[in-house]
Design a protein around this ligand. Sequence first.
Ligand code: UDP
Ligand code: MN
Length: 264
Amino acid sequence: MEFLSLNAAQFPDFAVGRLNIDIDAALQSAPPLEHQDVSPGGVWSPKSCVARQWIAIIIPFRDRQKHLDILVYNLVPYGNKTFNKGRLMNIGFTEAQKHDEFDCFIFHDVDLIPEDDRNMYTCSDNPRHMSPALDKFNYTMLYKGLVGGVLSFRGKHFTKVNGYSNLFWGWGAEDDDMHKRLFAAKLSVERPSITIGRYKMIKHDRKDVSPVRLDLLKTSIARYLKDGLNTLEYKLVETRLEKLYTRIIANVGDPPKNQTEHPL
Ligand code: UDP
Ligand code: MN
């Protein structure tokens, strides 16, 4: 038997290696049946790379639509490479105001479930970091400048810090950048006590950690007025009124080819 070993240079640098495939979860959920970068018939040429070959994938099947949906969903990386939480927050803020006149905006990780109903989902006179105590960290505040998780803002304060940075692609540090913005804009952050600001976090893996997040943090204060709400660009794809929430689907654009290069 012969083993072929590929050398690392043959993998794209965004390859993450072993993937965590949960077939049971996939069978129970409904994978998306469309992708904004895929044309009818399944023609896909992602803008973020130059194809070395033009490939036809031939799949024999009968009566297994669900299998086909799951396979296709796993073959086309649905936006994973283009996750930009800061942009999504800024888009949410901008779009929400087209729907109503809100007094207060709460930026909320999807996986944090509040454990104490005295933790008020309202705004006070200062931005408030509502999630200082997570079960994951034994309900202690991990570090002093933590503002990640759940953060409430008056609209005028979010505008004053110029929203989130648009430059953080992948996981990490956009919240620490926000902490520096708050400091630069001379806004102080309130917190409930750790007996009240308690949350349980739904367990998950961490993917695409940003390799440049700590470099970006060095320029937060110099950058904040020229990177944020006032430079936000996106394409609204769809606004859908779901039963319990409004889903805003937007194209946040593509990360720079070389992640160490950023425009500011
Ligand atoms: N998030 C998401 N999909 C991702 C990565 C992040 O929806 O692939 C959102 C989600 O709201 C999540 C938040 O961004 O709660 C923060 O990311 P994550 O939970 O991975 O960060 P951590 O738990 O390390 O704070
Ligand atoms: Mn999380």
